[in-house]
Design a protein around this ligand. Structure first.
Ligand SMILES: Cc1cc2nc3c(=O)[nH]c(=O)nc-3n(C[C@H](O)[C@H](O)[C@H](O)COP(=O)(O)O)c2cc1C
Length: 201
């Protein structure tokens, strides 16, 4: 098994995949890694559609402004935020944290007010605000995938409405990203990164 440092250093965006399928228990391990991610108030708003059929993958590739390699991956994860579940989870999660003394009653009240405020927002504004929670879970998957020799590539260049249309989803689901997954058929070199000096303010 890779150490975290090695996983972080060796991960690459993979855009060429072998056709070998991903075993079900491996997919379960990846989803388990997502499940364990941290989230605001432990609300756990992430939801995943596991897409394996060719026709749907082709539609997803098209909804990603025609990035054809997406359809060639054995699995494409559609990574979403469930807005209703997030708002509910914020309240119940904060109350749980309150019960174990992790947050004060004052904070629980602040969260209640924040949730009430979010409920009065247009739903289209809530998705982008909570996407960050899903992003953490997606990166857990991308890193855990390396333990099984799998590669992936974040896809955010997507037409969200087109993706939702493929599955008939309503505005309660916000599509955060696609994550094609499969055994790599390429070994890309490390891509350029900024130095520490450049990123420290
Ligand atoms: C939020 C996000 C969105 C991205 N969207 C796309 C995408 O739509 N298509 C694509 O080919 N790569 C996409 N990428 C991959 C980046 O191009 C890649 O991470 C970057 O070039 C660094 O390369 P590396 O991941 O191999 O280190 C995305 C990455 C992130 C984190």
């Amino acid at each position: 098994m890779l150490r975290t440092r090695e996983a972080i250093e060796t991960r690459r965006s993979i855009r060429k995949f072998k056709s070998d399928p991903i075993p079900v228990d491996v997919m379960d391990a990846l989803l388990d890694a997502a499940r364990l991610a941290p989230s605001g108030c432990n609300a756990q708003p992430w939801r995943f559609k596991v897409v394996k059929d060719k026709e749907t993958k082709l539609k997803l590739a098209e909804a990603a402004y025609d990035q054809p390699f997406i359809a060639a991956a054995p699995v494409v994860l559609v990574c979403c935020a469930d807005i209703g579940a997030y708002l509910e989870g914020m309240v119940s999660g904060t109350e749980d944290l309150g019960k174990v003394g992790a947050v004060e009653e004052r904070v629980v009240q602040i969260i209640h007010r924040a949730v009430a405020g979010m409920k009065s927002m247009p739903v289209a504004e809530i998705g982008p605000r909570i996407a960050l929670n899903v992003a953490i879970a997606v990166e857990h998957i991308a890193l855990r995938a390396l333990d099984f020799g799998l590669g992936s590539c974040w896809i955010r260049l997507i037409n969200e409405q087109m993706v939702k249309g493929i599955f008939g989803w309503d505005d309660n689901l916000y599509v955060v990203a696609l994550l094609p997954l499969g055994y790599p058929a390429e070994t890309p070199p490390p891509r350029k990164r900024r130095s520490i000096e450049e990123i420290v303010l």
